[in-house]
Ligand binder design. Structure first.
Ligand SMILES: [Fe+2]
Length: 136
């Protein structure tokens, strides 16, 4: 097994266990997709891995939004918009790939890296801080 490109590090710790766990699963799906792409697996296999990542993302975002509603998070509406935007981008990338090309371009994986950095480290961390402040 090659080194994983996407790694869960303490920097991604948002302070909410359940969501940390889901982010780790998300990273596993990202790595699987990267690996299939790197090994130049048949396009159908890569598309399948991309769809698994997409399905899990949809599920995770929904659960995250339900959680944010349960703690009365004031930034929920904005957070939902950010999720919607990420899902649209992900869907666009997958559709582009399905329409052309045999492997996913590096720009696609740059997008995933950006997602982890900007979204989880930035936007998600804010609700983690909010939740922990509330609990203390
Ligand atoms: Fe989020």
């Amino acid at each position: 097994m090659a080194n994983n490109v996407f790694e869960w590090t303490p920097q991604l710790d948002i302070g909410v266990n359940n969501m940390n766990h889901q982010h780790q699963v998300l990273i596993d799906y990202m790595n699987k997709l990267f690996q299939d792409n790197e090994e130049k697996k048949p396009k159908t296999v890569i598309v399948q891995s991309a769809k698994k990542l997409q399905d899990y993302t949809i599920r995770h975002f929904k659960e995250e939004e339900t959680y944010l509603a349960s703690i009365n998070y004031p930034g929920l509406d904005t957070h939902k918009l950010v999720h919607k935007n990420l899902l649209q981008q992900l869907d666009g990338h997958i559709k582009d790939f399905q329409a052309s090309g045999e492997t996913l371009p590096s720009t696609f994986f740059d997008f995933l890296k950006f997602w982890l950095k900007a979204h989880i480290m930035g936007v998600d961390k804010k609700y983690g801080d909010f939740a922990n402040k509330k609990a203390s």
